[in-house]
Design a protein around this ligand. Structure first.
Ligand code: SAM
Length: 246
């Protein structure tokens, strides 16, 4: 998979993309990440990328020309066909695990990072094919949002993780939060690992984990349960747990 990132601060990506799973995915040629400076697509001597907001108001907006030209140059060099061009913006659709899966199935993506007050509206209207927000808060620029999106995608790509199995139990994979996990020592400061996890009984362990995942989701994120597929028995676990808390 190839991801082109268009931004004003390419240096920000150096360290995050040289660590851990993203680094490994790059080394294994599972992902190719190319970061472009929007400023390289300006034509004036000051390499101007921003300008005042028409109609007045505080702050500066990214001009459309360098962004359009950067996208067109990448398309010419790579794939002139349809590539998702994703504008990172707090006004976009919310980035979730489902959206990460959707994007991980693409062979090529472009991420456009805004800065300052944002980008000229014509980029959204006539260039972007999608708009993504990583949450209901405002960052100073799209660079951090792009890092979040790339990291979430990279770990979904086959071969990026040590074990693909760990994806299955991850929070948000099937609409639930993950069950609690423990490692050694068996007892720490008097707090013991639940005995079922040390029993060696895989059936019991799977049942315990499923129940804990459901009860944890009901407690921490009840909103997620609306979309989760639960059996009648599993729904009963929730009502029993709720009534025992009263
Ligand atoms: N004035 C804009 C607004 O109110 O919608 C916010 C601009 S923000 C200060 C600058 C840039 O940061 C945006 O253009 C966008 O690329 C990025 N950004 C900020 N918050 C974001 C979020 N929650 N998700 C994705 N990108 C974000």
């Amino acid at each position: 998979m190839r991801i082109d990132i268009l931004c004003l601060f390419p240096e920000m990506f150096a360290s995050p993309f040289e660590q851990s799973i993203v680094k490994r995915a790059k080394e294994r040629a599972i992902i190719d990440i190319v970061v472009h400076n929007i400023r390289d697509h300006t034509h004036d001597k000051h390499r101007t990328v921003d300008d005042y907001s028409c109609g007045g108001g505080p702050g500066m907006l990214l001009k459309p020309e360098p962004i359009f030209e950067a996208v067109e140059a990448i398309k010419e060099q790579t794939n002139p066909g349809e590539i998702p061009i994703i504008l990172l913006t707090p006004q976009g659709r919310l980035f979730t695990q489902q959206v990460a899966r959707e994007l991980a199935s693409c062979s090529h993506l472009m991420l456009v990072c805004g800065h300052y007050e944002g980008v000229d509206e014509r980029v959204r209207e006539h260039l972007a094919t999608d708009e993504i927000s990583i949450g209901d808060y405002v960052l100073s620029g799209g660079e951090l949002a792009a890092m979040v999106v790339v990291d979430a995608i990279a770990r979904l790509l086959p071969g990026a993780l040590g074990s693909q199995v760990s994806l299955n139990s991850d929070s948000h994979n099937d609409g639930l939060l993950e069950y609690p996990q423990y490692t050694r020592p068996k007892t720490y400061r008097g707090w013991s690992v639940p005995s079922v996890l040390l029993s060696g009984n895989h059936g019991e362990i799977a049942l315990w984990r499923r129940r804990e995942a459901i009860l944890r989701t009901a407690k921490q994120r009840p909103d997620l349960l609306r979309k989760a597929t639960l059996s009648t028995e599993e729904r009963k676990w929730i009502s029993e747990s709720l009534s025992s808390q009263k």
